[in-house]
Design a protein around this ligand. Structure first.
Ligand code: 4NP
Length: 168
């Protein structure tokens, strides 16, 4: 895990974090809910504004994918998000915009309205623990149960590491 320059955020009253994937029905709503669990467990909810969005509008208005809801619930995490697409003002509202894979990052960089806005974009894999075999959170949509479990395992460690980078 590389060290990030989140120093200026640590003094803010509220830190906005937006999690982004392609469809906003599998990976990013799970990341949002997992990160929310981390901050709740640490009694730090008031300091965070959290949301998730997709680079496409394919599933706008839908609830998260049933398979992801079932796998997350097995870990005690309830997904209650309503799917939406990334919009221009997200780059103002949020301090950190976290893409799940290289394609999400490329799309986000194309959407960023300014160089300053583009600096808010980071990859979730930057928060995997050192020595991880993965360099992204892989799309589970066409995978079986093990694909969803892998996503949740990767998000579990990345959310804790991201929280620590933003706060410690
Ligand atoms: P997500 O997964 O990006 O993790 O929400 C996907 C959801 C839907 C599709 C692809 C990936 N799709 O092609 O509809």
């Amino acid at each position: 895990m590389e060290k990030h320059k989140f120093e200026e955020l640590k003094t803010k009253d509220k830190i906005g974090v937006l999690f982004v994937c392609l469809g906003n029905i599998c990976r990013s709503p799970a990341a949002e809910a997992m990160f929310r669990t981390v901050v709740e467990q640490r009694g730090d909810s008031a300091r965070f504004e959290l949301d998730s969005a997709g680079t496409t509008a394919y599933h706008s208005g839908q609830q998260p994918d049933k398979r992801m809801r079932v796998h997350a619930l097995q870990r005690g995490i309830r997904l209650e998000h309503v799917c939406r697409r990334v919009q221009a003002d997200d780059f103002e509202r949020f301090d950190v915009i976290v893409g799940m894979d290289a394609s999400n990052l490329q799309n986000l960089r194309q959407m960023a309205p300014s160089v300053e806005a583009a600096r808010k974009i980071v990859g979730m894999a930057e928060f995997f623990s050192a020595g991880s075999r993965y360099d992204c959170v892989p799309d589970p949509y066409y995978e079986g149960a093990e694909g969803f479990e892998l996503v949740l395992d990767l998000l579990d460690e990345a959310c804790v590491n991201l929280y620590e980078e933003l706060t410690v």
